[in-house]
Design a protein around this ligand. Structure first.
Ligand SMILES: *Cc1c(COP(=O)(O)O)cnc(C)c1O
Length: 409
């Protein structure tokens, strides 16, 4: 299946859209998710939908593992290894090798751990470079590291178009989010990672809006470090553990600041000195969130049944059709397209600008169409290719048209 190049005079009728569902090889994947009947969910980039298997997995863990085995569960069910076994599964989605990914903590905490560790690998360098548009939590973490280090290393923020010129010999670490949460813009991971490497700087990519919807090739792009979120397109559930990636080449030097016992080479010796475990395990801090990890694993299993390139094809097609339908049905209502027009530079979302964005999102919600509002004036529509259909797009856009025609904005 190829992505159609939509010309301005392409016109869709409802039958064309139904035909897209009929020829969609991923259509039946919807059945693996338990969505409320009648709801059109275009917010999987905020909180992914629940896989049908999740309740049984959690129920089994509660009753057959925790209730029956109690503390024997740690060894019998390998609970302590879950961050690494699930990390290996996430590795398959992000172009990493086994032993390079751990599922643990939150994205912000993982960024803190890796940022501190990376700075120590580049002594004497002065800056953490990022862009002003980066996700605020990532910038807050960068700033808190700057404060902790008493400004030996400072955040240097620049607009996106000046990133490359700011990555120079004084830059210790670059922190960037691969897919912009506001607009869906996709950075050129390979070019920026290579540019950083050429100047001797390290790079940490935040994959929160990438993992599970588009192919990421961390090792191919020579990425040093990455972090990402478990509850968006990975569908791990509210507050699901996040993940982190450390390239094999950096693992023996990696000294992360949260030296908890589960990153120790032998936590059960209870020695007074910390000796980091070999490999990715040293990135761990405390006891894993077993219940949440089980839900995350169940959700990742669903995605691993699919070819990520196939998911990406559908995702590009969904965003392209949505943009075309907005142009066709809602041209006169003053929406602006904030996402890239080129599907290859656009993640799995479409953002529209409108001065009444918040009220429009509320009006959609009252008609069972869930998308989200991002300040100050953004309507953000996320399209998980795993469970969004083309008819969902048709219904969402025609409802939006009715709202704009009939309500007083
Ligand atoms: C959602 C998101 C996070 C989430 O951070 P948590 O610490 O897990 O809450 C981080 N970074 C980006 C870019 C995100 O979109």
């Amino acid at each position: 299946m190829t992505v159609k190049a939509f010309t301005p005079n392409t016109h869709f009728c409802k039958q064309d859209i139904e035909q897209l569902d009929h020829s969609d090889p991923l259509y039946s994947l919807r059945n693996e998710f338990d969505l409320p009947p009648g709801l059109i969910y275009l917010d999987g980039n905020s909180l992914g939908a629940m896989p049908r298997t999740t309740p049984a997995v959690i129920d089994n863990l509660l009753k057959n593992q925790w209730r029956d085995d109690l503390n024997k569960g740690w060894s019998k069910h390998q609970w302590l290894n879950m961050p690494l076994t699930i990390g290996d599964k996430i590795a398959q989605l992000v172009g990493a090798d086994a032993g390079e990914v751990a599922a643990c903590d939150s994205t912000s905490i993982n960024l803190f751990k890796l940022l501190c560790a990376a700075i120590q690998m580049r002594p004497g360098r002065k800056y953490i470079v990022s862009e002003t548009q980066n996700f605020p939590s990532d910038l807050y973490i960068g700033k808190s590291v700057e404060d902790l280090l008493q400004r030996d290393v400072a955040m240097k923020l620049c607009p996106r178009e000046h990133l490359l010129e700011n990555i120079d010999e004084e830059c210790a670490v670059v922190i960037l989010t691969h897919v912009d949460f506001r607009t869906g813009y996709i950075h050129d991971m390979e070019a920026i990672s290579r540019a950083a490497a050429a100047k001797g700087a390290l790079i940490i990519w935040d994959l929160s809006h990438s993992t599970g919807v588009l192919p990421v090739e961390l090792n191919h792009c020579q990425v040093d470090f990455a972090v990402g979120c478990g509850y968006k397109y990975l569908n791990g559930g509210p507050g699901a553990p996040a993940f982190l990636f450390v390239s094999k080449q950096h693992q023996t030097q990696l000294d992360q600041p949260l030296r908890g016992w589960l990153g120790h080479e032998n936590p059960f010796l209870f020695g007074i000195d910390y000796h980091p475990a070999a490999g990715i395990k040293r990135t761990l801090c405390g006891t894993p969130a077993v219940l949440s990890l089980a839900a995350l694993e169940a959700a990742i299993e669903v995605l691993l049944t699919q070819d990520i390139h196939c998911l990406r094809e559908k995702s590009m097609q969904l965003t392209s059709v949505f943009i075309q339908l907005i142009a066709q049905e809602c041209a006169e209502f003053g929406f602006t397209l904030l996402s890239p027009t080129d599907a290859h530079r656009r993640g799995s979302q479409v953002s529209l600008g409108h001065s009444h964005a918040e009220r429009i999102i509320q009006a959609l919600e009252s008609r069972n169409i869930i998308a989200d509002f991002r300040a100050p004036n953004i309507l953000r529509f996320g399209f998980s290719p795993a469970y969004v259909s083309y008819v969902d797009l048709w219904n969402a856009v025609t409802t939006l048209r009715d709202i704009m025609q009939n309500e007083d904005f």
